[in-house]
Ligand binder design. Structure first.
Ligand SMILES: [Zn+2]
Length: 259
């Protein structure tokens, strides 16, 4: 825990000046010897707007279905899940109906989520349909021209860790790649060992997406408290910042809400 704590306590803030937009409050994260500062929020918003326009043009150019197929391959969505849309989720109980409507709300307001960086945590026992709904959200987002990526948390950690020996630059690149898609779904949060190094990598991924204001969906068999203590307080704060919500797949108590 000490590595994580010392890393986290070193987060800095400073007033920076953008040539275009003037002064802004930047947050800095130490990366090795240097500090990586968050970009001007106005420049960032313009950049996001430009790439959104580009994507929408691309979607129109290539035609829906073919592009969706390609998008799904790029999103690394396992074949088994490719037909799992929000429409094919069979909601019987009131708990399932609530989960579905929360997922729909998130998908319908995905454009807003990209402005605020809102996140979603899905918790509950295996086989309750968490992955189905998460992928259903990705489906809808991709149909609207956004990019998505699906992976297990262990894989995400491995992707970053494998770059370690190649130095800091490639490590940052790996984290940046995970921060790039409009939506990142991390499955199986909490089945890892929970070592300091795993936590540190997870925090860096979450923080990079936070800085880019890119939403995430975290799926876990732990309960919300378990996820929170697994990730650590600061990572949870980052997730919560944009107005994060939790969907709890617990059909006995039908609970849900803020996390
Ligand atoms: Zn600017």
């Amino acid at each position: 825990m000490s590595t994580v704590t010392s890393l986290l306590s070193k987060i800095l803030t400073d007033t920076k000046v953008c040539d275009m937009h003037g002064e802004f409050e930047a947050t800095g994260v130490p990366v090795g010897e240097k500090t990586r500062w968050s970009p001007c929020p106005d420049c960032e918003a313009e950049r996001i707007e430009r790439s959104r326009e580009r994507r929408h043009r691309k979607l129109i150019d290539h035609g829906g279905q073919v592009r969706l197929e390609r998008a799904m391959e790029q999103a690394a969505i396992p074949k088994r899940y490719r037909t799992r849309t929000l429409d094919t989720y069979n909601a019987q109980t009131s708990g399932q109906k609530r989960a579905l409507s929360s997922a729909k709300r998130f998908a319908d307001s995905f454009e807003d989520a990209l402005d605020t960086g809102a996140n979603l945590i899905m918790t509950g026992r295996p086989g309750t349909g968490k992955t189905h709904l998460a992928i259903g959200i990705a489906h809808q987002a991709m149909r609207e021209g956004y990019t998505a990526m699906f992976m297990t948390t262990m894989n995400a950690i491995r992707v970053v860790r494998e770059t370690y020996r190649n130095g800091e630059k490639t490590e940052r690149k790996a984290i940046q790649q995970l921060a790039e898609p409009d939506l990142l779904i991390l499955d199986e949060v909490g089945v890892q060992m929970g070592t300091d190094s795993e936590r540190k990598i997870l925090f860096e991924i979450i923080n990079a997406r936070y800085e880019n204001m890119r939403p995430m969906i975290l799926i876990s068999n732990l309960d919300v408290e378990g996820v929170r203590s697994f990730l650590g307080e600061r990572a949870t704060d980052r997730l919560r910042e944009g107005g994060g919500r939790a969907i709890i797949f617990d059909w006995d108590s039908h609970r849900g809400g803020e996390f």
